[in-house]
Design a protein around this ligand. Structure first.
Ligand SMILES: [Fe+2]
Ligand SMILES: [Fe+2]
Length: 178
């Protein structure tokens, strides 16, 4: 992939390009809007008989649904229709294939949340970020931090290591540097 860059570079390029910013916000909407269902399906498949994991995954899914509402509101206020576009999931192919059980699935979730956190942290700490975008991601940020911590704790070190390569492959597919 020739298009390897850091989150900081990515944001500098995205911030000044309205079409790219719009596409990224629509991607965020899609990610948030589909996350809850994905997490609940994963919970139902792998967390029965594990009350703590079941409870935590239920909370995370509810928060993802809330994020979809917030990002949807942001898009509407910008005159954009929040729609889930049907397009290739460049990141997810390898990580999803690495899910075998509760631990590996939570590890995949932890890696993905961590990657998103890097971008959200860049945006929320940029005083020149569009105010409406910054405000929404400042609300989302602490909850995504909680998701990353919770997934990491449910996963354990071994599963985090075992899924690292699949995460890096997904990341390469997005053109992000390690
Ligand atoms: Fe979210
Ligand atoms: Fe999340």
């Amino acid at each position: 992939m020739s298009d390897t860059r850091t989150s900081q570079q990515w944001w500098e390029e995205t911030r000044k390009d309205p079409a790219r910013l719009r596409d990224w916000l629509l991607d965020q909407y899609r990610g948030e809007a589909t996350a809850a269902g994905r997490i609940e399906a994963f919970r139902d498949a792998h967390a029965h008989g594990q009350p703590r994991a079941h409870r935590v995954l239920t909370v995370i899914a509810a928060q993802e649904r809330q994020h979809a509402t917030w990002v949807g509101g942001l898009l509407r206020a910008r005159g954009l229709e929040p729609v889930v576009q049907d397009k290739a999931e460049r990141y997810w192919e390898q990580p999803l294939a690495a899910i075998q059980d509760l631990e590996s699935g939570c590890a995949v979730g932890a890696h993905a949340e961590r990657m998103r956190l890097e971008r959200i942290e860049v945006i929320t700490s940029d005083p020149e970020a569009p105010e409406d975008v910054r405000a929404v991601f400042q609300r989302i940020l602490p909850q995504e931090r909680f998701h990353e911590r919770a997934f990491r704790s449910l996963a354990g070190t071994e599963a985090l290591e075992a899924t690292r390569e699949a995460h890096e492959l997904g990341r390469n597919a997005l053109g992000l540097s390690p």
